[in-house]
Write a protein of this length. Structure first.
Lengths: 210, 173
């Protein structure tokens, strides 16, 4: 049996147009990609970037701290080397400004200076350093450089008798001596022909533990 | 055609963003590692700092030296003052008593043979080149005294001297 199908009976299939479908897909892809990029950037990239910035700042600080301490170590090592190579200068430093005061030593020192000038010593009066431990400080013996120190003034009064040139020589010796002494006042009076009395008030210093 | 091209472009952008994210990830890890390493170094150098021998002595010497330098800056040189006083003193004048203080004041007992010499003695201090170092001279009461065959006049003088004279290398001219 022959069936004749009329071509007009079959409904025409509605096929999408070749030109419009890819274009629509592309638009969808465009939108999706934009959203993905936006979300990725907003939720992942930007926080990560901020995190990197924070860590970079932290690293810079740690690095700066390291460089500073390393610099200190290097300076200390240099200073230590200088300290070991300058024992003579350290002795002079200790003579000029002792780290501890022994009144007896200071008394002997003034007597020696006065004698070398040829004057006759009347009196050398050194103020008491108060309740400082003069010897046998256990902490200081254990670690002589650990404590904090503070400059202290030790007032001294000297009375001598001699000729003008001897007295001037004494003053010159005191001002140039290795132990630092600052004369604060000078009283000179004629005792007899060519003989003068001299009274000196002076300050000498030391640098003991606080 | 244009949307397809834009899609390709966005794909490239996405790849670049992902790449950038990967780089950030890598960079953060590396920075973190650097922080840990540097902190380790900090601990090491801190320990080294504590272990530097003579550290206590170095600090003490530094402080001692600083104090000494300050003291040396203000150290008075009295031997500059006496030649300066002698230079402005009349040859006929004699000093029997002298008190000089480091604040720049002096009291001197002067003896001269005549009253004219008292005036001459004072005139010296009116000279411009002298008043730079010695000024504000005040004279106390005169005493006429007999010493042996001669007569002399004694008086006390209070004056100010330039404290710069006490500084090193400032010798009076």
């Amino acid at each position: 049996m022959n069936i004749n199908i009329q071509s007009n009976i079959i409904p025409k299939m509605q096929m999408p147009s070749v030109a419009s479908a890819p274009s629509r897909n592309a638009l969808v892809e465009l939108v999706l990609l934009t959203i993905v990029i936006g979300l990725f950037t907003w939720f992942l990239v930007l926080p990560k970037k901020a995190d990197l910035k924070i860590r970079t700042v932290a690293y810079d600080e740690v690095k700066k701290n390291y460089e500073s301490i390393a610099g200190d170590v290097s300076t200390l090592k240099e200073l230590n080397l200088k300290l070991e190579n300058n024992k003579e200068n350290i002795q002079k430093l200790d003579e000029a400004l002792p780290l501890r005061e022994r009144t007896v030593v200071t008394q002997l020192l003034f007597s020696k200076i006065a004698q070398t000038s040829g004057v006759v010593v009347g009196d050398i009066n050194i103020a008491s350093p108060g309740d400082e431990v003069a010897a046998g400080n256990k902490e200081l013996i254990k670690n002589p450089y650990a404590p904090q120190r503070k400059l202290k003034i030790l007032p001294v009064n000297i009375s001598v008798n001699g000729t003008m040139s001897q007295l001037l020589d004494l003053i010159k010796k005191l001002e140039d001596y290795g132990r630092l002494m600052d004369i604060t006042s000078i009283t000179m009076s004629v005792e007899q022909e060519n003989k003068l009395d001299l009274r000196l008030n002076l300050n000498t210093y030391y640098f003991p533990p606080q | 055609m244009l949307p397809a091209l834009l899609v390709k472009l966005l794909v490239v952008v996405l790849v670049a963003v992902v790449g950038y994210y990967g780089w950030l990830f890598f960079k953060i890890n590396r920075t973190e590692k650097n922080i840990v390493n540097t902190q380790g170094e900090v601990t090491r150098v801190k320990q080294e700092l504590v272990n530097v021998s003579n550290r206590g002595e170095i600090y003490t010497r530094q402080a001692q030296l600083m104090e000494l330098n300050k003291l040396i800056d203000s150290h008075p040189y009295w031997s500059n003052v006496f030649p300066a006083i002698a230079k402005v003193t009349l040859k006929k004048a004699a000093y029997s008593n002298m008190v000089v203080n480091n604040d720049g004041t002096a009291t001197i007992s002067v003896t001269v043979p005549t009253l004219e010499d008292v005036d001459r003695y004072l005139q010296v201090f009116d000279m411009a080149d002298v008043s730079g170092n010695f000024s504000d001279l005040k004279v106390g009461a005169f005493h006429k005294s007999q010493e042996g065959d001669g007569i002399s006049y004694k008086f006390d003088v209070r004056l100010k001297f330039n404290p710069v004279l006490l500084k090193y290398n400032n010798l009076a001219e």
